[in-house]
Design a protein around this ligand. Structure first.
Ligand SMILES: Cc1cc2nc3c(=O)[nH]c(=O)nc-3n(C[C@H](O)[C@H](O)[C@H](O)COP(=O)(O)OP(=O)(O)OC[C@H]3O[C@@H](n4cnc5c(N)ncnc54)[C@H](O)[C@@H]3O)c2cc1C
Length: 368
């Protein structure tokens, strides 16, 4: 350790040991473990984030996603989140918590700094190209989440729709849909939450999903969690694009969900066959008129900045062992695939730092 952060006199890239890209749950966890292992912030590692404020993706989530509605939010390592008012928006609660966290552990996150590309650099180092100049690093921890890559499936006739189309990433809360006919597409937690919120305001809601939604009665214990993570992990090890962990855990039947199922808000229709100027239609002749189509169709991993390193497998995903990219052991992905939950991100941050210490000490990669 111990390469200085100062910009060299030649005006070349600043040098450091580790660049952490992203300051959400995963990036902050990694930064915490770097600090604990004796890495000096600003000198031995830097944390870069392109968002305007602390909070990771939480800062962009809709105001009606209160802290009470967040399920299983795990605290960051080393500092509990206590005494939060469950009725306040998660964006505020978690934004404030992350702010305190960054200050307490002196993590010195630089923002807004957009990482545009990570490339092979000189002398076995990686060059991290950013909106604030380049860094040269011995290892990179990519913790960029999924929020910046909303997934919009394509359907015939989509461009002809005269109403409004938006994605969960732009969901403003339910009031804007007062008196409107809204089609919500997607069988995940976000789709369910949107429907339950919008139904009391809207003239009509319709729920459309590709597969029969998997409601889960009863408690979700640790072994269920481990089984869900193992499923995603298996895909990532095979080089396939990760599914979200939530997509394999099923939809918990809360009191609100039970009521939604009883009063018909959560009666689901199969996927429509096309979009028309006035709504959606099925080949059997059924049609539903709509003012809004809300795509609650999830997100994909935000990894475009890693493209120059050619880490992708033919299956479309980046193969990862623990958190290490199989094709380049200098690159770790945390909050990716099996670690894309708040608890997974915590563990991944620790694991990545452990392996990077081995790498920088010149020892072979850990197996497992
Ligand atoms: C609506 C919704 C609700 C959720 N609820 C829960 C829940 O209740 N419990 C749970 O465990 N999980 C939940 N999740 C999953 C949750 O998002 C993750 O658990 C966790 O917050 C992700 O942390 P992260 O650090 O991986 O990503 P993020 O929080 O997305 O952080 C990534 C950071 O990287 C930055 N970044 C991205 N690209 C770049 C770039 N090129 N250059 C610089 N910076 C960049 C972003 O600005 C951001 O700050 C939810 C997800 C969604 C979409």
């Amino acid at each position: 350790m111990g390469t200085p952060d100062a910009r060299p006199l030649s005006g070349g890239p600043r040098t450091t040991d580790v660049v952490v890209i992203g300051a959400g749950q995963a990036g902050l966890s990694a930064a915490y473990h770097l600090r604990r292992s004796g890495f000096e912030p600003g000198r031995d590692f830097v944390v870069l984030d392109h968002a305007p404020a602390p909070g990771g993706a939480w800062q962009f989530r809709w105001p009606t996603l209160t802290y009470a509605k967040v399920h299983g939010m795990h605290a960051l390592p080393g500092m509990e989140l206590t005494g939060a008012d469950p009725e306040r928006p998660s964006s505020e609660v978690i934004g404030e918590y992350f702010t305190r966290y960054e200050e307490t552990f002196d993590l010195r996150v630089r923002r807004p700094v957009d990482v545009r590309a990570v490339r092979e650099g000189a002398g076995g180092r990686l060059t991290v190209e950013t909106s604030a100049g380049d860094w040269s690093a011995r290892a990179v921890i990519s913790a960029t989440g999924t929020w910046d890559r909303p997934f919009w499936p394509r359907h015939p006739g989509q461009e002809t729709f005269r109403g409004r189309q938006l994605h969960t990433a732009q969901y403003p809360g339910p009031e804007e849909f007062a008196g409107q006919r809204v089609v919500v597409v997607g069988g995940g937690t976000s789709g369910v939450q949107h429907l339950l919120e919008i139904a009391p305001y809207a003239a009509e809601t319709t729920w459309v999903t590709r597969r029969e939604p998997a409601f889960r009665e009863g408690p979700f214990d640790e072994s269920d969690g481990r089984a869900a993570v193992a499923l995603v992990d298996e895909r990532v090890r095979r080089g396939l694009p990760p599914q979200s962990v939530v997509s394999v855990t099923g939809l918990p039947v809360t009191e609100a969900v039970r009521r939604g199922r009883e009063d018909g808000v959560l009666n689901r229709l199969p996927m429509f066959d096309r979009i028309t100027p006035d709504g959606v239609a099925w080949d059997d002749g059924r049609r539903i008129d709509a003012d809004v189509i809300l795509w609650a169709t999830g997100f994909r991993a935000s990894v475009a900045h890693l493209a120059p390193l050619r880490l992708r497998e033919p299956g479309g995903g980046i193969r990862v062992e623990n958190t290490r990219a199989v094709r380049d052991r200098r690159v770790h992905l945390v909050g990716y695939g099996p670690s894309a939950s708040t608890i997974g991100a915590n563990r991944a941050g620790r694991a990545a730092v452990r392996e990077i210490r081995q790498l920088l000490a010149g020892r072979p990669a850990l197996v497992g």
